[in-house]
Design a protein around this ligand. Structure first.
Ligand code: B12
Ligand code: SF4
Ligand code: SF4
Length: 229
């Protein structure tokens, strides 16, 4: 792939879009890096561009559920994401990164660079349209400079006077200062079984932004189960 505005760069992005369309994974912005600042590529160079790939609302759930129905084993969502994204990386001579693979790549930092989003009190990045209902399934690193994507306008939490996410957590794990992972986990292990485990994180559900993108119940329950494994 070549540099900004080139036909080959545009072709590559179109190929990614076409290949991902049946999966519900979407292109979630491009983070641009100065020479030497990007993550390492498979060939030892540093990436100049990272294309983030992820879900918006329940976009991946139909394709992933069909796949999971016939592929058993641990970490199904991570394995499905790799089955979709790795061949694409090879096809485009790009390097694939995955959010759960150690050492953790800074997906949230990349997403902030790519789309200008900021963190909510839950630690999750909040999007003005999709709210807290989006995530990342992988990313593709390129040696070339790709055209950066537009940033979102504003940070929804700034204009949210009541901040219902802060009071909705039965474990008091969510505060403006920090997200208390331990309090959340302890709660999920016992009292949370019938509550957050069944209907999804109460703090996330309480946020009024992007309600139309809330995950379907089966997906909410799946993510909660994965978090406690
Ligand atoms: C470790 C981890 C966790 C740990 C948190 C441990 C901890 N002490 O923070 C656990 C397992 C608890 C967790 C839980 C969840 N996580 Co998590 N997690 C990660 C992971 C793998 C690494 C995060 C990290 O430490 N990064 C540090 C460096 C490497 O990254 P960074 O971008 O420079 O740093 C940012 C984060 O540290 C962030 N941050 C700081 N404190 C917290 C606290 C929490 C809970 C989160 C989510 C982020 C966060 O702010 C930094 C500045 O940008 C990332 C994937 C990734 N590779 O980034 C997902 C990730 C952050 N998680 C994600 C999600 C969705 C969740 C859950 C909602 C999962 C679920 N059940 O549905 C819950 C959140 C629960 C809640 N009530 O809010 C998403 C966030 C998407 C978004 N919109 O921002 C990510 C990006 C994974 C993905 N596939 O998209 N997570
Ligand atoms: S409820 Fe308000 S403060 Fe909390 S995440 Fe949503 S917009 Fe931000
Ligand atoms: S999953 Fe439940 S306990 Fe954990 S932060 Fe969300 S509301 Fe609180």
């Amino acid at each position: 792939m070549s540099s900004t505005g080139d036909n080959s760069a545009r072709d590559a992005l179109e190929r990614v879009e076409r290949a991902l369309r049946p999966t519900g994974i979407t292109m979630r912005g491009i983070a641009a890096f100065a020479e030497g600042d990007g993550p390492l590529l498979a060939d030892g160079r540093h990436a100049r561009s990272v294309l983030l790939l992820g879900n918006i609302g329940g976009s991946i759930w139909p394709a992933f559920s069909r796949w999971a129905h016939i592929h058993s084993g641990p970490d199904p969502l991570d394995r499905w994401s790799k089955a979709v994204i790795q061949p694409l990386a090879e096809d485009l001579c790009a390097t694939a990164y995955f959010p759960s693979d150690p050492p953790w790549q800074p997906f949230q930092r990349w997403a902030m660079m790519a789309e200008g989003m900021k963190a909510s009190p839950l630690g999750l990045l909040i999007h003005p349209q999709f709210g807290l209902w989006h995530g990342y399934r992988g990313a593709l690193g390129f040696a070339d400079v790709l055209e950066a994507t537009a940033h979102v306008a504003g940070h929804p939490c700034d204009g949210c006077a009541e901040k219902p996410c802060l009071s909705a957590c039965p474990a008091n794990a969510v505060s403006e200062a920090a997200f208390d992972v331990r309090a959340c986990r302890d709660y999920l292990g016992e009292a949370g079984q019938g509550r957050c485990m069944e209907g999804g994180c109460k703090a996330r559900n309480a946020c009024p932004v992007g309600k139309a993108y809330r995950y379907p119940l089966a997906q909410l329950q799946f993510h909660m189960r994965q978090m406690t494994l």
